[in-house]
Design a protein around this ligand. Sequence first.
Ligand code: NAI
Length: 470
Amino acid sequence: MKIKNICCLGAGYVGGPTMSVIALKCPEIKVTVVDLNEARIAAWNEENLDKLPVYEPGLAEVVHEARGRNLFFSTEVESAIDAADMIFIAVNTPTKTYGEGKGMAADLKFVELCARQIARIAKNDKIIVEKSTLPVRTAETLQTILDRTGNGVKFEVLSNPEFLAEGTAINDLFNADRVLIGGKQTESGQKAIQSLVDIYAHWLSPKQILTTNVWSSELSKLTANAFLAQRISSINALSALCEVTEADVDEVANAIGTDSRIGPKFLKASVGFGGSCFQKDILNLVYLCRYFNLPEVANYWEQVIILNDYQKYRFAKNIISSLFNTVSEKKITFLGWAFKKDTNDTRESAAIYVAEHLIEDGAEIHVYDPKVSEAKIIADMCYLWELNGLTEQKIASKMKQIFVYQSPIEALDQAHAIAVLTEWDEFKTYDWNAIYINMYKPAFVFDGRNILDAGKLNAIGFEVKGIGKG
Ligand code: NAI
């Protein structure tokens, strides 16, 4: 079946960029991205491309070219579903915050709502594509809902997990290592797979497009994130050992990374991983393993999260002990709040948890991030405190310990310590001599990303503490 009309439910970090690229590369297909969030859709339709709701290098150019031509952003969910031959579900699948599986399982209520809505509206056969990350065997649930609540039309459910990384999303989509498409082994299943293969074949070669059964595809996404996060936790675990033995974690990473069986990527020690996916997907994997009565497997993967929490805590504790065991009323400047560079996404950012530890100890946190707004930073902290059950009064009082700046100069002025939380390139270009002069002494720098030139900073007079540096 040749696809002429695509609808995507969810205009977030995945739906927005992936559909923009599909529209750009397939000008003969009409792509409509819909969302319930009106403000988000309005932002996607902004004339001023700096105001798009997602910041990704190269995204504005893609949107500029395709939007209004064959790419549309809309809140008219029903008409978009009705018109589409193929519907991508790219809605959020956060960790459950209530009930059975709380804190572990993926909350599939948004996905289920999508399936019910599609079933209600569809008047002709449609291919449904799982783009959201879902627990293995979700396609079975979707198929049941679609078939039992629909109007007698046929639905083929495919799994097509997204492997893009925020910060490099457009490049990842243009030059994907691979796309993965899982479908049923039936004739109609294979035809549906082929329809989606044909879309990606507009710009990817056949060897970049893998096809599997649905369950392998669903499980591969959780597995990929678990393996990636595991590498970070592995090198971070070693960073703690480096710090007490005078080994240098970057040297160790380089030494092991040159072994072709290990490889050099994803071996950068840091304050800990963040982002909306790694933690959520591993928790989901752990939950699934427990559900299928595999406690040893569950415990193995859970350790990746435990280690990551430890790393964030260790970083905060190191700041407190270095500052003579008290940070009370001291100005600690955070360079960076986003969970990684080149994105404005802050979900599960290490900065949030480090700030929480330090605020608890009385510190004043002064934040500068080139792409994250004050409102978002405040919302991140409020969300965490609410989740931890703090009263409104207590939250209001803690809020007085957090300050956000539009420029780094003000944020850094008269600081007792600087903590690098995000590896933004611009931090390397600052006038560190001038920063030093305007700081309290000893002037501490805690480089949670090991991006600054420690030798140079030491020569200026800073006390530099990197991750995994003896
Ligand atoms: P997001 O939260 O940025 O976007 C999801 C959007 O779906 C929201 O704007 C929400 O309003 C909308 N939505 C919810 N229910 C809806 C409905 N019934 N109809 C229409 N819109 C609805 O989430 P994000 O980051 O885009 O993630 C989406 C999925 O993709 C998740 O399952 C995530 O695990 C997965 N994923 C995310 C990656 C990332 O880097 N952010 C990478 C790969 C996969």
